[in-house]
Design a protein around this ligand. Structure first.
Ligand SMILES: Nc1ncnc2c1ncn2[C@@H]1O[C@H](COP(=O)(O)OP(=O)(O)O)[C@@H](O)[C@H]1O
Ligand SMILES: [Mg+2]
Length: 297
């Protein structure tokens, strides 16, 4: 099982959304990480066949997917970033409809619907109308439709968008549970979604691959550049002006600040600490800004 992408390119008019994307995917979760506009959905839509590339190729086990037609669609599951749900449909009707679109015979559809709704913990909610579902349930039923037919390639475009932390964890556990025998590509701009479950992380920046590695290896360039200081509140402004702050927490002895800096900090006692993926993201994609507001205001 191998999805191999070679020099894939896509522009909208004169603006390049994805440039020269090359890489090989095998079973496991891949975190496709980048800020809005990085090209994540463009890549997803190219794999899903919703967009045609300007150049380059996508192959599944050696065969060009544009020539595989329904043979590729049969092994593909897609959860698009934007998908409207008919509020008047019940969960069961929605999944039956999606199974029919995939060309699944009725008996297989029935068995598959049972299976996928169990996976996303919605078995006892299928009789309910989608309009009454919570945000998390809506995302889960969208994941369920992507899982119909036990796809080998599963594409999830921001599956946790708009969800609270508990629902995010729920979805992460579901995906982690189904990922053993699949290529899962999970696009997100939220580092914590994929940090613990991604086998490999692809950092996408302005249509380019900025980095592609195992999560731990991605952090190598930040080792020795993350420092923790404990300072009084009055010092925060000064630190904010001089350093890139990645995190602030209140503690009994002051405010605990994590900063990213090429040089050891001056004027404050510090400890060098191991970097996190969140910090790597911040380091590569720029300013944090709201860390102080999030923590201490
Ligand atoms: N249909 C479109 N027409 C024109 N530009 C588009 C279209 N879709 C995306 N873009 C542009 O392509 C770039 C990549 O977008 P997208 O793939 O949606 O990024 P992401 O999913 O990472 O937020 C952005 O600059 C975006 O504005
Ligand atoms: Mg997107």
């Amino acid at each position: 099982m191998e999805l191999s992408i070679d020099r894939l390119q896509k522009s909208y008019g004169t603006s390049i959304a994805l440039s020269d994307f090359t890489g090989v995917f095998s079973a496991g979760v891949y975190g496709l990480l980048g800020p809005n506009g990085a090209g994540k959905s463009t890549l997803m839509n190219l794999i899903a066949g919703n967009l045609k590339p300007d150049a380059g190729s996508i192959r599944y086990d050696g065969a060009d997917i544009s020539r595989m037609g329904k043979n590729f669609r049969a092994i593909l599951g897609v959860m698009p970033q934007q998908q409207g749900l008919y509020p008047g449909f019940t969960g069961l009707r929605f999944l039956s409809y999606m199974a029919a679109l995939k060309g699944m015979p009725k008996s297989r559809a029935k068995e598959q619907i049972r299976e996928v709704s169990e996976m996303v913990h919605l078995s006892n909610r299928l009789g309910q109308k989608l309009g009454t579902y919570s945000g998390g349930m809506k995302q889960r039923i969208l994941i369920a439709q992507a899982l119909l037919g036990n796809p080998k390639v599963l594409i999830l475009d921001e599956p946790t968008a708009g969800l609270d932390p508990a629902e995010r964890i729920h979805i992460r556990n579901i995906i982690s549970g189904v990922s053993q025998d699949k290529i899962v590509i999970w696009a997100t701009h939220v580092v914590s979604d994929i940090e613990s479950i991604a086998r490999e992380v692809i950092l996408l920046k302005e249509g380019h691959i900025a980095a592609w590695d195992r999560p731990q290896k991605l952090l190598y360039d930040l080792i020795g550049k993350v420092f923790e200081l404990v300072v009084p509140e009055e010092a925060i402004k000064d630190i904010q002006d001089r350093y890139l702050i990645s995190n602030l927490t209140l503690s009994s002895d002051g405010i605990r600040v994590r900063i990213i800096s090429e040089q050891e900090p001056e004027d404050y006692p510090f400890q060098t600490v191991p970097p996190t993926l969140e910090e790597e993201y911040l380091y590569r994609f720029g300013t944090g800004g709201s860390a102080y507001e999030d923590c201490c205001q």
